[in-house]
Design a protein around this ligand. Structure first.
Ligand SMILES: NC(=O)C1=CN([C@@H]2O[C@H](COP(=O)(O)OP(=O)(O)OC[C@H]3O[C@@H](n4cnc5c(N)ncnc54)[C@H](OP(=O)(O)O)[C@@H]3O)[C@@H](O)[C@H]2O)C=CC1
Ligand SMILES: Nc1nc(O)c(N)c(N[C@@H]2O[C@H](COP(=O)(O)O)[C@@H](O)[C@H]2O)n1
Length: 551
């Protein structure tokens, strides 16, 4: 551990303590190299025609994103393994994965295919070994593009890939189509090989693969030719010198090659069969049962109070801050201190998740973390883990826990959300002097979280909100949604802190929580400004752009 109590960046714990694999649910044998080496002639293909006919969602868009790498791309492991083989014609691995000391973070570097020097074949009269046939090698274009990227693979309670551009180059010197013209993806080669291995002639495989040209193009196969299919299956055909046939419904037509001769194409038949057996392939996205929907028609009233589309850290180094919570008509958050109480109706609950999707981080006090054991993820349809890719729209949970009171464990809902790819690892804000024990620190890191140490206090010896917000901004958080609990809300509505608030969004539910309830009421009177009230289901939502003292 570093002097300030923070975890060392090498991922090792202090005091020589070992990770308990059961406690952390650590995989015993991490997958060292999940990237399929699809071009290997000896390997068995893992793709089939089905992969062409039922490509991953938004394939053309994802290929373009993985080609350009304009922004950091985060993908879950299965998503990376699904999409990467469709762009491995672009990216050539430079070195094998380097690992950090924790053994759970693997970094690979890739360069654009056109970074390699141009290959010029040796003159044909170059002496060859006896019996070796002369190979016609083409000039391979290269040396023109300096685009590079790295993939960082995390393995642990949090698993996934982060893909980032490296180096000074900001864009390729060519487009994706240009690469598709000169090199085929491993998916295309594997599909071709697997079809030949079923006993079909390369020419027939080529015809069948070309049947749905739109899908073939989306997969990078616009320039696929018969030779590619022959090359993909060459080794297999040499070993298995059996007679190959044409696909059912196709025939050899002199002068035209293999053509379809009955009404039903092979691909249409495969499509039909698949729809019978596997509804998941029928473009129905299976969503987790707790997925929430907040209709577009209900969103407009929130628009002026949301963080801007491209939020920026303001001149004072502060992010956009939204305070949001749900209260009863007697301004209570829970039936009693130490209790969690459902106040929001289903519509306003969905609204809260919509708000979560619009912020980089959710902040709560440790009182709420202990009482509620919250998941602190976004369960809105379309965000990562709920129909979306990676962790898109998933906010970072942040717990203010100056005294390290939160006993986080793998059973905590926030970590269960991480484990299932439905949320991000939490950050814990602590004060100096209260060291979290090394096992908990290590666990936080294992689940993709971390600890932030702050040393700036206000006159009540609480951490200064300005320091908290600036620390988050320094970590790249541009918008923060603060949810509670009572102490946090009261504190932020006080005059010395209220200027940090960009918006306040409060749900009022039609209920009294009674006189034993945990209330919300700042020390001094305040009045909300620039207010808009909106009925939502049986609740009413109040949006405001800030508070001022009320005399
Ligand atoms: N209805 C709703 O919308 C919501 C309801 N809730 C409810 O609220 C209740 C919890 O509220 P409450 O008990 O007040 O707890 P809080 O969640 O407000 O947490 C308070 C604790 O967080 C730490 N903390 C917060 N801010 C600071 C700061 N600036 N500096 C230092 N420490 C800070 C302190 O920890 P320490 O004491 O260790 O110093 C403090 O005691 C629960 O019942 C929960 O269900 C929560 C959120 C929303
Ligand atoms: N908007 C809102 N309405 C309520 O009725 C609530 N009780 C809360 N509580 C907040 O939501 C957190 C629970 O989050 P998960 O659903 O577990 O992700 C809880 O910790 C409070 O911050 N909010």
């Amino acid at each position: 551990m570093a002097d300030d109590g923070s975890p060392r960046h090498d991922g090792s714990s202090s005091g020589g303590q070992q990770l308990d694999p059961i406690l952390f649910n650590q995989p015993s044998t991490p997958n060292q190299n999940p990237i399929p080496e699809g071009q290997d002639q000896m390997s068995l293909p893992t793709r089939s025609l089905t992969d062409l006919l039922h490509p991953p969602r938004d394939l053309a868009l994802m290929r373009q994103r993985l080609f350009e790498v304009q922004d950091k791309i985060e993908l879950q492991v299965d998503e990376f393994e699904r999409y990467w083989p469709y762009v491995d014609n672009v990216w050539v691995r430079q070195h094998k994965a380097g690992t950090d000391k924790s053994g759970r973070v693997f970094t690979d570097y890739y360069a654009c295919r056109l970074q390699r020097p141009t290959y010029t074949p040796k003159p044909v009269d170059t002496p060859r070994r006896e019996g070796q046939p002369t190979r016609k090698k083409q000039i391979r274009e290269g040396g023109t593009c300096q685009m590079r990227l790295k993939t960082i693979r995390y393995e642990g309670g949090y698993s996934g890939y982060t893909i980032l551009k490296v180096g000074d180059e900001t864009q390729h010197t060519h487009d994706l189509d240009h690469i598709d013209k000169i090199k085929r993806t491993s998916v295309l080669m594997e599909v071709a090989k697997s079809e030949v291995m079923k006993g079909y002639m390369p020419a027939s495989v080529f015809t069948v693969m070309n049947e749905d040209m739109e899908k073939l193009t989306a997969a990078g196969g616009r320039y696929l030719n018969r030779n590619d299919v022959r090359n993909a299956s060459q080794h297999w055909r040499q070993v298995h010198r059996e007679e190959l046939r044409v696909h059912e419904g196709y025939k050899y037509d002199h002068g035209n090659g293999i053509v379809r001769h009955d009404g039903v194409s092979s691909t249409a038949q495969i499509n039909g069969d698949l729809q019978m057996i596997d509804p998941a392939l029928n473009d129905i996205t299976l969503l987790p049962p707790d997925t929430l929907r907040f209709p577009s028609a209900s969103r407009a009233f929130l628009e002026p109070y949301l963080p801007p589309k491209e939020p920026t850290i303001n001149a004072s180094g502060l992010p956009h801050v939204t305070l949001t919570y749900a209260t009863s008509m007697d301004s209570s958050l829970a039936l009693a201190p130490g209790m969690q109480t459902l106040i929001s109706g289903p519509e306003s609950k969905a609204m809260t998740h919509y708000l979560r999707s619009k912020h980089d981080a959710i902040v709560i006090g440790v009182g709420t973390a202990i009482v509620d054991d919250p998941s602190l993820n976004c369960r809105l349809e379309g965000v990562g883990g709920f129909g979306g890719l990676g962790w898109e729209g998933q906010p970072r949970p942040v717990i203010i826990d100056p005294g390290a009171r939160w006993m986080i464990s793998p059973q905590s809902k926030v970590l269960r959300a991480v484990q299932s790819g439905k949320g991000r690892g939490p950050w814990v804000i602590m004060a100096p002097g209260f060291a979290m024990d090394p096992m908990r620190l290590e666990m936080l890191k294992y689940y993709g979280g971390k600890y932030l140490g702050l040393t700036e206090f206000d006159k009540k010896w609480r951490l200064r909100w300005e320091a908290i917000l600036k620390a988050l901004a320094a970590e790249g958080i541009k918008s923060v949604m603060i949810e509670g609990g009572s102490m946090v809300i009261n504190d932020l509505l006080q005059q010395e802190n209220s200027s940090f608030l960009s918006s306040i969004i409060v749900t009022f539910a039609p209920m009294y929580l009674g006189q034993r309830a945990l209330g919300v009421s700042p020390l001094s009177a305040v009045r909300f400004e620039d207010v808009r009230w909106q009925p939502l289901g049986s609740d009413v939502v109040m949006c405001s752009s800030g508070v001022k003292p009320h005399n």
